[in-house]
Design a protein around this ligand. Structure first.
Ligand code: UT7
Length: 350
């Protein structure tokens, strides 16, 4: 049975089931890379990085480690499944969000199925960069709301450090990114007032070139790159028009949070905890100020982990939960913006 209700702002469909987060886990490599460590590799300094981004350190997978996006994702997933009080055999579907998959194809989701020795459940990869975890939660939520699945595993993981330009040329991008993984188990609940209340997703592809890794791709394939042997070819390193992205981020974060709140007849004061994608501490602070949130109403950990893209909300959500910052019935808001451009929000009643 599907109940449809319209409110003043946004069409919202009520389903028989809701999905709620029953387990969370994260994993980051032990290897801490400080801003001073980066200053030894390229022309940068601790003061610039902290002032512009808030980042003090990040984790980078050390050379020789077996960690990768899928391996880290599997480690986070095992913790999340155990905390959900489930086993790998209870998981009905896998959603894996990453921009740094182990392979061009197949995706990381299928590797999780194998690594966790799961049933031959379905697995998809979500390619939505910084919004990947929000998109992933939304995909999982739909499968649960329609009654198709009971327990869905959502993973966000990134192995950035292997693909960054660690010379002066890359300093505007490289200092921001960190490696890590986070995972959530979404489970069916029959209580419509609890769990994921809504998700709102957006994209604007005309800005694709403003934050992009252009190669290797069908447009710029490996033999061509090797043959050109052009050391000035930067197309396989991330390019970001930082200021342009920043300006769009602060607008879209605000918009999509308002959209989510209004769809649930909530106001900013009702937010118990906002977990923004950890893109830049200055962006989070801007959003905090715009909504008039106190320091207790927002959680940031970019200072320790940098921007871990699809993993960032999953890591921050897990850490906030571990620290006891999320209680029963709390309104938790997740919001992200990034490459694509894509952006989205998730409103949860815990
Ligand atoms: O997560 C996905 C979405 N991403 C984002 O939301 C990121 C949004 N953008 C940003 O966070 C900021 O734009 C950055 C942190 C990336 C850059 O900060 P900015 O204030 O926009 O700096 P800028 O790129 O305008 O560069 C300012 C100056 C330049 O020097 P000049 O031209 O003024 O002499 C850069 O060359 O800072 C220089 N610079 C650096 N200096 C030291 C750039 N990177 C560095 C660096 N260390 N790492």
């Amino acid at each position: 049975m599907i109940l449809v209700s319209l409110n003043k702002y946004t069409k919202k469909t009520k389903f028989m089931y809701n999905s709620k987060i029953t387990g969370l886990g994260f994993y980051v490599p032990d290897n801490v890379v400080t801003n001073d460590d980066l200053a030894k590799m390229m022309d940068t300094n601790d003061e610039w990085i902290q002032e512009r981004t808030g980042i003090k350190e990040r984790r980078w997978i050390p050379e020789g480690s077996e960690d990768s996006s899928s391996v880290m994702g599997a480690k986070a997933a095992r913790i999340a499944i155990e905390r959900a009080g489930l086993t790998k055999d209870d998981i009905d579907f896998i959603v894996f969000a990453t921009l740094s998959p182990d392979f061009y194809f197949p995706g990381c989701g299928v590797q999780i199925q194998e690594m966790l020795d799961m049933r031959t459940v379905g697995a998809i990869d979500v390619r939505n960069q910084c919004s990947g975890f929000v998109y992933g939660l939304s995909v999982a939520d739909q499968f649960i709301k329609t009654g198709m699945y009971k327990n869905v595993l959502v993973i966000g993981a990134e192995f950035h450090s292997g693909g960054l330009d660690k010379t002066d040329r890359g300093r505007g991008v490289t200092v921001i990114f960190g490696d890590g993984a986070g995972a959530a188990v979404l489970s069916r609940t029959e209580d419509n007032n609890k769990g994921i209340l809504s998700t709102h997703l957006h994209s604007e592809g005309k800005h694709a070139n403003e934050l992009i890794v252009a190669a290797p791709s069908i447009k710029h394939w490996v033999p061509e790159i090797l043959e050109a042997n052009d050391e000035n070819d930067e197309s396989y390193f991330p390019y970001m028009n930082g200021t342009f992205v920043f300006k769009h981020a602060i607008v879209r974060f605000h918009e999509v949070i308002v959209e989510g709140l209004q769809a649930n007849n909530l106001e900013a004061k009702d937010i118990n905890l906002l977990i923004p994608h950890q893109a830049n501490l200055r962006i989070s602070q801007f959003v905090q100020k715009k909504f008039g949130l106190s320091d207790d109403q927002i959680y940031n950990n970019i200072m320790q982990y940098g921007n871990t893209t699809a993993a960032s909300i999953a890591i921050a959500l897990t850490e906030a939960w571990e620290l006891g910052k999320i209680k029963d019935n709390d309104i938790v808001v997740l919001a992200a913006f990034g490459s694509g451009f894509t952006w989205g929000s998730v409103i949860i009643r815990w």
